[in-house]
Structures are given as C-alpha cells and as structure tokens.
Design a binder for this molecule. Structure first.
Ligand code: AMP
Length: 224
C-alpha cells in the first residue's frame, strides 16, 4: 500500500485534527512511515524543549502542565522553522497544530496544506483512553493500558525504556484540555470544512482500522 499511495498522491501536506487523546499521535507516526512524510508534533517539540530545560522549555512548562495553550506567536515561529528542515521536502503531517483559528490563518501564509483529516470520537470515551495512556521515556513510543498494552507492564516493547504517564494526561489536566479543545480548536474543523479540505474519520476503532480509513479518505480526495 505504501508505494502506490505515495506515487499516486505525490507530496502530501496533511493536518490531523481531533480532541486530545483521539489517536492523532499514533496515526501521525504511522502515516509518516506510509507516506514518507515528516511527522511534526508541536507537543513533542515543546516537550523536548522542556526535557532539555531550554529557555523556551522553561517558559512553556507551566502552561503545558495546566493543559492550556502556548502562545500562537511562539508556536508559529517553531513551525515555520521546522517546515524548512530537509525531512519536510517529501511532505509532512501536522499533529497538534494548528490549535486555534489564528494559527490556521497564519499557516495559510507560509504553507499550502493538501488535506485536513478530523479524527472523531465522543469525549467520555477518549477521556477513558487518555488517562490510560503511557509513553516511553527513552524513545517516545506510545502505549495504552486498554487498547495497546506493552508486552511487559511498565517497559517499552521497542527499547525496554520505562513507561510513564505524561503530566498533561492526568485527569484534572485532561478535563481542562478538553475545555480548551472545544473552545479554541474545534472551530478549526468548520474553518477547513468551508474550504472543502476536510475529511472525517471515526477514531473509535482499532489503530489499523483508523489508519486504513484515513488512507482511503486521502486517496478518494486525491482522485476527486
Ligand atoms: P499535544 O501533545 O499536541 O497534546 O500537546 C501538549 C501541549 O502542548 C498542549 O496541551 C499545549 O499546551 C501545547 N501545545 C501543543 N501544540 C500546540 C499548539 N499548536 N498551540 C498551542 N499550544 C500547543
């Protein structure tokens, strides 16, 4: 499936939208491999800065831990720099960006996006999933104690690293992230619908089924 899709679609610049925990990160990683496109997660970039305690990392730490949003200007600067890197020449997948209408509008000035995929699910079901999510401290691999458990509890299947729960996946923060999502990010879905760029995919299925639907949705749009 990898090669034909890539050959048919050419350069792909995709935005993955969806509530926190709907599976954007997992799908973005898989699609990045399938399409040979770079995976751009603004959350990962920010967490990397926090882990390295850079001035930027220290500046954003409190906002991220509370579940709020980092300032648009700062995010846009990071993204504008990131898309210039060599691995973005074959296209890229935005995961967790844009998060506000202001970011979506600003993005149009420096990137032409081909498709916007909205992964849908009910809040309650995602909250259950989110609070059971684990990440590997060493390689960043994602697990879920319900839908994607590691073979050995607490250890990464890929590198053996320790698994941990992100601070922003703790219940109180999760609730705040949902409030922020509905207020600030959800309007983006309508923004892209109006522009005829949006495809919607049901996120409450297995990881592979969701990937298949995304690939089909992208192909259908490419052929339309
Ligand atoms: P994520 O891993 O995408 O859920 O991002 C984790 C946290 O990083 C979010 O809850 C925000 O605090 C911050 N963040 C990530 N991407 C953005 C963005 N595009 N705009 C504003 N804040 C962001």
């Amino acid at each position: 499936m990898t090669v034909p899709l890539n050959e048919r679609s050419g350069l792909m610049r995709i935005i993955l939208l969806g509530a926190p925990g709907v599976g954007k990160g997992t799908q973005a990683k898989k699609l990045s491999r399938l399409l040979g496109a770079a995976h751009i997660s603004t959350g990962d970039i920010l967490r990397d800065h926090m882990a390295r305690k850079t001035p930027l990392g220290l500046e954003v730490e409190a906002v991220i831990k509370s579940g709020g949003l980092v300032a648009d200007e700062l995010i846009l600067k990071l993204v504008a720099e990131r898309v210039k890197e060599a691995d973005c020449a074959n296209g890229f997948i935005f995961d967790g960006f844009p998060r506000t209408i202001a970011q979506a509008e600003a993005l149009e000035k420096f990137v032409t996006v081909d498709k916007v995929v909205s992964i849908t699910a009910e809040d309650d079901q995602i909250i259950k999933r989110l609070t059971s999510r684990l990440s590997c401290k060493d390689c960043g691999a994602l697990y879920n104690t319900i839908s994607l458990p590691p073979a050995k509890a607490g250890a990464c299947d890929k590198c053996g690293g320790a698994l941990y729960q992100r601070d922003d996946d703790k219940e109180e923060t999760v609730r705040n992230r949902f409030a922020v999502y509905h207020e600030q990010t959800e309007p983006i879905i309508e923004f892209y619908k109006q522009k005829n760029m949006l495809v919607e995919v049901d996120g409450l299925r297995s990881v592979d089924e969701v990937t298949d639907s995304i690939v089909k949705a992208i192909q259908l749009q490419s052929e339309a």
